[in-house]
Design a protein around this ligand. Structure first.
Ligand code: FAD
Ligand code: NAI
Length: 466
């Protein structure tokens, strides 16, 4: 295909969207290049997102289990001593290995890695480091970056006011950390530093944490985090921040209006969301406009309004999740190769990797009720033999199904391994399962997923263990 162009496909960005698209395109016989401005491949996810945050979450979970008496309860008495540099080393090592793994896969699949920042010259041409590269199809997979908060200036080099990237690398445990935004990043990284000894205060604009999740889940998660020692200031907005030396002073007021309040901290994490990366891409040169949220709109084949230009991942509408970007990466390459690439955007699981984990797929109960009558089954983890044995009493599984057909519309879970459990729910929904299908599927005992089976049985009003 590439005789009049340098490449059949050129992908801008090597995050989970871009690198997966590049590998799939090459697997399908297309001459493929991927442009990346970072030193290493893997995008936000591998370098400063999913992977390093999970490295810190996993390690700090062990520390917490030793410190909070959980291990002693099981007859393992230890007094943990934090070696923060070693904890950071294992994070850095995980990132190094995984980003290096992508470089290996690029070589193996003969994907050209073009190092530099790409900017459109025309719909089939980008400029990178002063050189032009042409392709029949160009895929924008430039991802997203932190949404700034006016009045609160992030400087990751000083470790006082940081975003998620700075919060992954703090050289010492803060005494007090204020987290602005009670969303996924705030709760994950707030949990890391709370476990390691910081007093963590979460300031959230809305009157509840975790927007977009099922109402029951949001309430229960709030209770669990409070019990663990996180402090919440809900319905509160931060209006400014001054930094003197190593101390930040935040000014806040009730979201509904009212008196100002100040709060001092030696670390402030700004985590109020992320916005699509389109700056400097030269979209104006090809006449491609973004929507009100700065996203690039696409059709079912990931085509933008400009012929030959497609887009995937965080830069287009939908949840900003690595696995969504990856699936879109596979699909876009398949469309370009003349195949049919399918992503079922109605079945994209989301997981918060706290303790316990919080996960969901499909509709919340509130969304499902807007569509018609539903049946709901809920099962507490306290009644799941494995969770009980493991001293993990918190949480529940909830199955929401359509009243008429029993088709499962959504599944939500708070459980130590909810992120792993939700895969079964996603698979069931992908196959159009009813709650009865899940209820009559034999689940190994004793396992946490038995709670999903029981929640499905509860939809019929017939759980066994409650
Ligand atoms: P990105 O991963 O953002 O990659 C885009 C790449 O494009 C970047 O490397 C950037 O340098 C490059 N780029 C941008 N513009 C240009 C240009 N003009 N030229 C060349 N290169 C360019 N999601 C999950 O599903 N699970 C998680 O556990 C999870 N944890 C997260 C934790 C944190 C702290 C953060 C910040 C995010 C997390 N996410 C998680 C979200 C996840 O990282 C993103 O959804 C995912 O990385 C999006 O993939 P992408 O390919 O669209 O873009
Ligand atoms: P988020 O959208 O999850 O949460 C932001 C929170 O900040 C919201 O609760 C919002 O109401 C609040 N907020 C907004 N403005 C505010 C203000 N001025 N003052 C106080 N609160 C304010 O965004 P977050 O946590 O930054 O994460 C960004 C994205 O990264 C998420 O959309 C998520 O998809 C992705 N991510 C995914 C993870 C996962 O899958 N486990 C982990 C981390 C990030």
């Amino acid at each position: 295909m590439a005789d009049t162009y340098d490449y059949d496909v050129l992908i801008i960005g090597s995050g989970p969207g871009g690198y997966v698209a590049a590998i799939r395109a090459a697997q399908l016989g297309l001459k493929t290049a991927c442009v990346e401005s970072r030193e290493t491949l893997g995008g936000t996810c591998l370098n400063v997102g999913c992977i390093p945050s999970k490295a810190m979450l996993h390690a700090s979970e062990y520390f917490d289990a030793a410190k909070n008496g959980m291990m002693a309860k099981m007859g393992v008495e230890v007094t943990p001593k934090l070696n923060l540099p070693a904890m950071h080393d294992q994070r850095i090592d995980a990132v190094k290995q995984l980003t290096g793994g992508i470089a290996f896969l690029f070589k193996k699949n003969k994907v050209d890695w073009i190092k530099g920042f790409a900017s459109f010259r025309d719909a089939h041409t980008v400029e990178v480091n002063g050189e032009t590269k042409t392709a029949k199809e160009i895929v924008i997979a430039t991802g997203s970056s932190v949404t700034p908060l006016p009045g609160v200036e992030v400087d990751n080099s000083k470790f006082v006011v940081v975003d998620s990237t700075g919060a992954l690398e703090l050289p010492k445990v803060p005494k007090t950390m204020v987290v602005i935004g009670g969303g996924v990043i705030g709760l994950e990284l707030g949990s890391v530093w709370r476990r390691l000894g910081a007093e963590v205060i979460v300031v959230e604009y809305l009157d509840q944490i975790l927007p977009g999740m099922d109402e029951d889940v949001r309430k229960e998660a709030h209770k669990i985090f409070k019990k663990q020692g996180l402090t919440f200031k809900l319905g509160t907005k931060v209006t400014g921040c001054t930094v003197k030396g190593k101390t930040a002073t935040l000014t806040m007021e009730p979201a509904a209006g009212g008196d100002n309040e100040t709060l001092e901290a030696d670390c402030v994490l700004v985590s109020i969301g992320r916005r699509p990366n389109t700056e400097g891409l030269g979209l104006d040169r090809i006449g491609l406009e973004t929507n009100k949220r700065g996203q690039i709109e696409v059709d079912g084949e990931f085509r933008t309004s400009i012929d030959g230009v497609r887009a995937i991942g965080d830069v287009i509408p939908g949840p900003m999740l690595a696995h969504k970007a990856e699936d879109e990466g596979i699909a876009v390459a398949e469309w370009i190769a003349g195949q049919t690439g399918i992503v079922n955007h109605a079945v994209i699981p989301s997981v918060v990797y706290t303790w316990p984990e919080i996960a969901g797929v499909g509709l919340t109960e509130e969304q499902a009720k807007e569509q018609g009558e539903v049946k709901v089954g809920k099962f507490p983890m306290l009644a799941n033999s494995r969770a009980k044995t493991n001293h993990e009493p918190d949480g529940f599984v909830k199955v929401i199904s359509e009243a008429d057909t029993d088709r499962v519309l959504g599944v939500w879970a708070i459980a130590s391994v909810a992120g792993t459990m939700i895969a079964e729910a996603a698979l069931a929904m992908e196959f159009g399962a009813t709650s009865e299908d899940i209820a009559y599927t034999c689940h190994a005992h004793p396992t946490h997923p038995e709670a999903l089976k029981e929640a499905a049985m509860a939809v019929q009003g017939k759980p066994i263990h409650v």
